[in-house]
Design a protein around this ligand. Structure first.
Ligand code: TXA
Ligand code: MG
Length: 325
């Protein structure tokens, strides 16, 4: 289908209260007209997501803030003007036009302007924000291609708009602006360092458990396989050791370390360059699951720039909720 036909079909379905999966620069989103409470309710059913978990409302431009949010601090405008369209989500006051089903009953709302041109055209065409969480089943690995969405959600979504592979590959950075000082609620596609440069002071990362944010649950973004974190220097040895014990092992591995990996180990490329690793992460976890790996060995990147978001997702993927803490 042509670009124009895709946009027209997506807009018509959203107007009719249907779900449409849309590409963004971070991950694919499962979208509904954010002003239609019945349509938004379908998102929770399709994902198997608890209804208390609030969604992000996606806007067409920074100018939409005044129409759909309230109590917008000057800092929201500075951050929006600097990073939108782009992988930054701001939590501000909820505007009247956003039903509370979007916000999980909260009087605050998460908003962002996505950088994918197709999806901004769809939002413009609809003339209203779209509510969209990542287009995966609750708790599992986020989708970075249209094919990932089709495999996860299948018939639950009326139309998957194919915008190619996501250019950033990890979710947006969430900055909560509703308190006395800005706080990062989830590390993501815009680095803490870049946000601090606009804010003009340090912006702390909120510790877990303080807020209803599914992307901040200790166990999330998890493949079926158990994820084991080791030092980068130990990746090959640990993968080989587990394989020698008869485990079906996958490893997230920089290409230059491939020599020395046993033939029994399933290798997924994972760059030392954070921007590239972010693009590879979710597709690699899915590929190793598809190859029936029981264990995935990985190393945390240095936690600067995009490395902070990658390390955050790997830790949550590795978190074992059967340990009981
Ligand atoms: O990059 C992204 O942010 C992607 C794309 C599709 O835009 N979306 C995404 O949505 O990751 P989701 O639903 O998987 O994660 C949104 C996060 C959740 O952790 C949610 O709890 C939090 O944002 N959130 C939304 N509204 C909030 C609010 N009012 N207060 C606190 N947290 C909120
Ligand atoms: Mg998600």
């Amino acid at each position: 289908m042509s670009r124009e036909a895709d946009i027209a079909r997506a807009v018509a379905l959203l107007r009719a209260g249907e779900l449409v999966a849309v590409p963004t620069e971070t991950v694919y989103g499962l979208a509904a007209d954010a002003t239609n409470a019945a349509a938004v309710a379908k998102i929770f059913a399709a994902k198997g997501r608890p209804t208390g978990h609030p969604l992000i409302a996606h806007l067409a431009s920074v100018e939409w803030l005044s129409r759909w949010t309230r109590d917008v601090p000057a800092l929201a405008l500075s951050l929006g003007r600097r990073f939108w369209p782009g992988p930054l989500t701001l939590i501000v006051g909820r505007g009247e036009g956003i039903p509370t089903v979007v916000t999980g009953g909260l009087d605050t709302v998460a908003v962002r302007v996505p950088a994918h041109e197709l999806t901004r055209a769809i939002i413009e065409g609809l003339g209203r924000p779209i509510a969209a969480p990542s287009a995966n089943r609750f708790g599992s690995v986020s989708p970075t291609t249209a094919e990932h969405v089709r495999r996860d959600l299948g018939d639950a979504v009326a139309f998957v708009v194919d915008g190619g592979a996501c250019s950033v590959g990890v979710e947006s950075t969430i900055v909560d602006l509703t308190g006395d000082a800005p706080v990062i609620a989830r590390p993501g596609g815009i680095s803490r360092e870049d946000i601090e440069a606009v804010v003009g002071s340090q912006v702390p990362i909120r510790s877990q458990g303080e807020i209803k944010a599914s992307g901040t649950l200790p166990s999330h973004y998890a493949p079926r396989a158990q994820v084991v974190l080791v030092d980068r220097a130990m990746l090959v040895d640990e993968a080989n050791r587990l394989a020698a014990r008869g485990r079906r092992v996958g490893v997230l591995l920089p290409d230059e370390l491939r020599d020395g990996v046993d033939a029994a180990v399933v290798v997924a490329s994972f760059s030392d360059v954070a921007e590239v690793a972010a693009q590879q992460l979710y597709a690699a976890l899915r590929a190793l699951d598809d190859r029936d790996c029981e264990v995935i060995v990985a190393a945390l990147p240095p936690e600067v720039g995009l490395g902070a978001a990658i390390a955050d997702r790997l830790r949550r993927a590795a978190y074992d909720d059967t340990r009981g803490d």
